[in-house]
Design a protein around this ligand. Structure first.
Ligand SMILES: [Zn+2]
Length: 388
C-alpha cells in the first residue's frame, strides 16, 4: 500500500508551526481548524475514512475522527481508539528561549508549543501505523483529534452528544512519561456571588453587609471540605483526598460604605466516586440552609464546565496491555483529561503518552527525543494487539 505522508520530523515541524491555542479569554483564542485539516489530509492519504466535525457553538473549530479497519454494525467491536487534543494553551513568547512555533532540536529534545502536550502524538500514531498493512486489520483503529481540551472541553462534550465510536478501548496520548495512568481526579471551578445592600458605614442597619455574609460562606466551604475529606479517600493519589482551594475573592469598594457585593472563586478536585452534579447539589443545599431566613441574595455559578474524575479498573484489558508494553505499572495522575468523556461512551480508557506533564503549560515545552521511538513501539504493539 502506498503511504504518502511526510517523514516524522517533517510532520512534527508542520504540527508545531500552526498555532492552535485555545483559551476562555477570546484575545488568546485561535482556531484549531488548520491542524485538523492537516491531519485530515495525512489520514486520508493513509486510507482512513475521515470525518471533520465542527463544534456546534464554535463552528470555526472542529474535531476529527479517522477510522480504518472493519467496523461491525452489530456485535461487539473490540478495536482501539487513539485520542488526543489538537489545541494547546496560549504561550508568552518572551519567556521562551526558542520560537514556540518552530520545532527546534537541541540537547536531545524537541522544543516547541505542543511538543509534549500534545500535537506530536498524532505524528507518532502515523509513524506506528506505517508498520502495518491495514487490509489485515480485523478490528477498527480510530484516531480522535479534539478541539478545546485546554478551555471549554466542547470537543469532547460534542463527541459524547453526537457519536458512538465503534471501539471498546482507548489510549489518550497526554504526556505521562511513557507510564500508563488509569485514574485522575475531576475538577470543579465555581464562583459564589453574594448581594447585600450598600449604605453609610456609620449605621450598619442601613444596609446588609455582603462581606460579613461571605465570612459565613468561607466557613461553610471549609466545613464542607473537611466533610468531603472524611468521606472520600483514595491512596492511589499523592494527595489522597478531595481538595478545595479558595483562590480569589473580591468585594466592596470603600471602608466607609457597607459592602453590597462580594464574590469568591474556588477550585475543587474530585476523587473517583464523586461526580460533578452531586457536588453542585450538595453545595446548593448547604448555601440554601446557610442563608435560610436572611435577606442576602446568593448565586453559585461555574467558571468553566466541570470535569469528572476517571477510573478504569486495573483488570481492564487495555490497562493490562498498556502495562505490559510500557513495562510500567498503571498509576494515578494529578491532571484532568478527556478520558471521562470516553468512559461515558463505554470506552475503557488509559492515559499513556510521551513527554512529561512537568514540561507542559510553560515556556520551553519540549519532548525528549529518547521518548519518541519507545512510544512508537508501544503504539505499534497496542495496534497489533487490538486491531489485528
Ligand atoms: Zn493536554
Amino acid at each position: 500500500m502506498e503511504k504518502t505522508t511526510p517523514n516524522l520530523m517533517n510532520m512534527l515541524h508542520q504540527l508545531i508551526a500552526i498555532p492552535s491555542m485555545s483559551s476562555v479569554n477570546p484575545s488568546f483564542d485561535t482556531s484549531n481548524r488548520a491542524v485538523i485539516d492537516l491531519l485530515a489530509g495525512w489520514f486520508e492519504a493513509l486510507g482512513f475514512t475521515v470525518q471533520v466535525m465542527p463544534l456546534p457553538r464554535q463552528p470555526h473549530k472542529a474535531n476529527l475522527i479517522a477510522t480504518i479497519g472493519p467496523v461491525q454494525e452489530h456485535g461487539k467491536n473490540q478495536g482501539l481508539m487513539l485520542a488526543g487534543h489538537t489545541d494547546t494553551v496560549p504561550c508568552e513568547e518572551k519567556f521562551w528561549r526558542f520560537n514556540p512555533f518552530r520545532l527546534t532540536e537541541r540537547e536531545n529534545r524537541l522544543y516547541g508549543l505542543g511538543t509534549a502536550d500534545m500535537k506530536s502524538f498524532f505524528a507518532l500514531i502515523i509513524e506506528a501505523f506505517k508498520r502495518f498493512d491495514a487490509s489485515r486489520f480485523k478490528r477498527p483503529l480510530v484516531v480522535l483529534a479534539t478541539a478545546d481540551e485546554e478551555s471549554s472541553m466542547e470537543g469532547a462534550a460534542m463527541l459524547v452528544e453526537k457519536t458512538r465510536p465503534p471501539v471498546r478501548y482507548a489510549v489518550i496520548g497526554e504526556p505521562t512519561g511513557l507510564k500508563p495512568a488509569n485514574a485522575h481526579k475531576g475538577m470543579v471551578m465555581d464562583g459564589i456571588r453574594l448581594i447585600g445592600r450598600g449604605g453609610h458605614s456609620s449605621n450598619p442597619t442601613l444596609g446588609l453587609n455582603a462581606m460579613e455574609s461571605m465570612h459565613q460562606v468561607l466557613g461553610e466551604l471549609m466545613r464542607w471540605r473537611n466533610d468531603l475529606q472524611r468521606r472520600y479517600q483514595d491512596n492511589r493519589f499523592a494527595v489522597p483526598v478531595p481538595t478545595l482551594n479558595l483562590g480569589h475573592i473580591h468585594g466592596g469598594d470603600n471602608p466607609n460604605r457597607i459592602c453590597d457585593q462580594c464574590e469568591v472563586h474556588f477550585d475543587l478536585r474530585l476523587l473517583p466516586g464523586m461526580d460533578v452534579q452531586s457536588v453542585h447539589d450538595e453545595l446548593h443545599a448547604r448555601l440554601t440552609a446557610l442563608f435560610a431566613g436572611t435577606e442576602i441574595k446568593w448565586e453559585c455559578f461555574p467558571l468553566k464546565p466541570g470535569t469528572p474524575p476517571m477510573l478504569t479498573p486495573q483488570d481492564s484489558r487495555i490497562v493490562r496491555n498498556c502495562e505490559l508494553y510500557s513495562q510500567a505499572d498503571a498509576h494515578a495522575v494529578a491532571f484532568c483529561t478527556e478520558g471521562p468523556y470516553l468512559t461515558q461512551l463505554g470506552i475503557e480508557t488509559v492515559i499513556l503518552g510521551p513527554g512529561n506533564i512537568a514540561q507542559a503549560h510553560q515556556p520551553d515545552e519540549y519532548l525528549a527525543l529518547s521518548n519518541v521511538q519507545p512510544y512508537v513501539d508501544i503504539l505499534a504493539e497496542l495496534i497489533a494487539e487490538h486491531c489485528l
